[in-house]
Design a protein around this ligand. Structure first.
Ligand code: URA
Length: 448
């Protein structure tokens, strides 16, 4: 709990109305004015939003007032103009980069989502440079930074100069998102603690503020929909996708979006080293599940189109079949201190057990949320920010929706011993087998 009286200087206390005498504090306080307006369904001006965000970033606005405002926004909503103003104010709150020539992608997060590891080396090999700031995983959602750190020696902490040089020289650099949009970071933590996360304008402004501060000129959003995703229905996913694209375009970023399935894990591997291994298999042209192979190709082609590169699909195929995309991954890994030789056989836990199906039939569901929770229980992810992850543990699913299975057939492999019994239970309860055959659902559900 913050104690504003103790740490806010007198000038800021006056400006934000923290006079300690209740109602008298109201006059001249931007945050109180914003709360008053929003709780009655009014519209916040761009200037007022800027003042509140500035006040919160400098800790002049205390958590309790910001929480009240967030709840008012959650209940009353925000118009598009307010959402754009909030996006811009949060983007301005910290470090800003400018990479107008670069492409970037953003996934709203899912289970086994290794599309950055697979599509970005392809686009870099095709001549579209990538300067990416990535995050760590939380809950069942994995993070690219954790996956890259499963490669021995790989560093996600480059100086800005080295980052820029690598973007120019290698065409691909990925570092941990540090101080971009600190206002969003603080507000997101508060939303998490106050039940105000699932608000469309707050989600949209949060995501786009970080992207605007990162500064790539061309951006593809991958909005996931399904049991393992933030957005559970197609309508919600489409609404978020169209808000993200509009906010980005109005922030000077040329953007488009895909809506993709997250009812079951993407590919077969869930867990950091396991996902890097699967990405390497894909880039080397070895067999990988069709959903992963399709998504990585489509995302890469859409990024090349955003960059204006002709015959995008042909370029993607050539980068894969010539080995250029895999070579680009190796070059990128080595440039960031990673052992490129280790990519071929990254170490994973030797504690392996198989989960079998008790009945024959057709797989109608292998729920992403349950499988993600199993990987989390094994230590592949973190329940709370700051927890360590175990790079070598996780789950491999061996069947997908639509597959025929026989009694006793292995359906998943568990790597790791921590909570392995619980992980097994979670996997078993995520698998639904029926007598009726079913079609494999498409992985790409829409685009805009
Ligand atoms: N991801 C973000 O970055 N922000 C949100 O509000 C939700 C998901």
């Amino acid at each position: 709990m913050l104690a504003p009286e103790k740490r806010v200087d007198r000038r800021l206390r006056r400006r934000y109305g923290l006079t300690g005498n209740g109602g008298a504090a109201r006059s001249g306080s931007p945050v109180l004015e914003a709360i008053e307006l929003k709780k009655r369904g009014g519209e916040l001006s761009e200037g007022l939003i800027q003042e509140v965000i500035e006040g919160y970033t400098t800790e002049a606005v205390p958590d309790y007032q910001m929480s009240a405002l967030l709840m008012a926004i959650f209940i009353r909503g925000m118009g598009y103009g307010e959402t754009l103003a909030l996006t811009a104010a949060m983007a301005r709150s910290g470090a800003r980069y400018s990479f107008p020539e670069c492409v970037d992608k953003h996934s709203t997060g899912g289970v086994g989502d290794k599309i950055s590891l697979t599509s970005l080396p392809i686009v870099a090999a095709c001549g579209a440079p990538v300067a990416k700031l990535s995050g760590r995983g939380l809950g069942t959602t994995g993070g690219t930074v954790d996956k890259l750190e499963a490669i021995p020696g790989f560093s996600v902490a480059l100086s800005e100069e080295r980052f820029r040089r690598q973007v120019e020289g290698v065409g691909l650099a990925i570092v941990e998102a540090g101080e971009v949009a600190p206002a969003d970071k603080a507000i997101y933590a508060l939303r998490d603690a106050t039940g105000t996360v699932d608000s469309l304008p707050l989600i949209g402004s949060s995501i786009v503020s970080k992207k605007a501060a990162t500064g790539a000129g061309h951006l593809l959003y991958d909005v996931k929909q399904g049991s393992g995703a933030f957005m559970k229905s197609t309508e919600e996913a489409r609404e978020l996708a169209s808000l993200l694209v509009r906010l980005s375009n109005d922030s000077g970023i040329q953007a488009s979006a895909l809506i993709t399935d997250m009812d079951e894990p993407l590919g077969s591997a869930i867990g950091n080293a396991l996902e890097v291994r699967e990405s390497v298999r894909f880039l080397r042209g070895e067999g990988t599940p069709a959903d992963l192979s399709e998504m990585a190709r489509v995302v890469a082609a859409r990024l090349l189109e955003l960059k204006g590169i002709g015959d995008a699909e042909g370029a993607v195929e050539r980068a894969l079949s010539s080995g250029a995309a895999f070579e680009k991954l190796r070059e990128f890994v080595a440039a960031q201190g990673g052992d490129a030789e280790a990519l071929e056989d990254l170490p994973v836990s030797g504690d392996v057990r198989e989960v079998t199906t008790p009945r024959p039939g057709h797989v109608v569901e292998f729920g992403a949320l349950g499988v993600g929770r199993a990987a989390l229980a094994l230590g592949a992810g973190r329940e709370k920010k700051g927890e360590r992850v175990d790079p070598g543990v996780g789950v491999e699913v061996l069947v997908k929706t639509g597959d025929r299975v026989e009694e006793g057939q292995p359906v998943a492999r568990i790597y790791g011993s921590r909570n392995a019994g619980r992980a097994e239970e979670l996997i078993r309860s995520s698998l639904k087998v029926s007598d009726e055959p079913t079609r494999r659902p498409p992985v790409i559900l829409g685009s805009l």
